[in-house]
Design a protein. Sequence first.
Length: 251
Amino acid sequence: MEQLSPVRIVVGYSGYRSEFSFRRAFTHFLHKNVFRRGFGAGSLPQLLICGKYSLLKLNGHPYSVPMQGERWPIITSSSENPVIFLLELIWNRLSQHLPMPEWFADDLSMERATLFLSCRALRRHGRAGWEYWEHAASKKSLETQVPPREWQPFVVTLSQFIIMNELCRRESLPIDDPLLVGLSQQDKEGLKELFQKRLVAQDGKKLVLLTQHCECVIMPTGDYVVGDNSGGRMVAWVLRQPRKRRQAGSE
C-alpha cells in the first residue's frame, strides 16, 4: 500500500511554538479518534508539516528504522527544514519510475529526527486494528542541537564480505550451502551481525538480500564495505573518500 499509493503530504497554516507541542497535539488528535476508521497505520500521511516542524512516516520510502520486535516505528518528528523532507519524498517516488539527474545521489547528509510513535497490527474482541505507543521525549531533549552526520556503508569482515558478494551474484543462498556453513563456522557471529544490520534475511530455507541494489567494495585502506546503492549513495560515498593506500610492513 505504501509503495502504490500517492505520496500524501499535509501542510498546516498555523505553526506550533515547539516540536514538543506539535507531538503532543498529534497524540491528542489520535486519542480523540480511537476506534474510528481511517486512523490506522496505512491511513496516516507520509508527511505532516506545521510551521518549521515535521512529522515523518517511516515507511522505507525513503526513511525507515529497524522493527522493534512486533512494533513498527512509524512516525518520527524533526525540526529540520520541512522542505528537505518534502523534496526527498517526492524525488524518491520519482526515482522509482524515472531516471534521476546525477546530483540526486550526491547528498550523503542524514536528516536529524526523534522517534515519536510505534505501532503494531492486532485483532482483539473480534475487531482488527492498530495499537500505538508514544516514545516520550522532553522539550529540552528535542531542542538540544544534535551534530549533523553523513550516511556511511557497513564495514564488514572478510567472511561477511564473501557472503554478501555471493548473494549479489546468486540472489539467494541455501542455508545449508557448503560455503555458507564453512564461513559461519569460521566466523560464528558474522551471519548474526548481517541479520542485525538488516542486510540479509532468511526466507524459508534460503538466505536473501534485504537491500534493493547491494554493492560490495574493497577500499584502498583494506576495509570491506557493503551498502545499498539503490539511491546512488554508496557510489557517492566511495568517490568522496580520500585516496589512502594501505600501509604494508611495520615501523
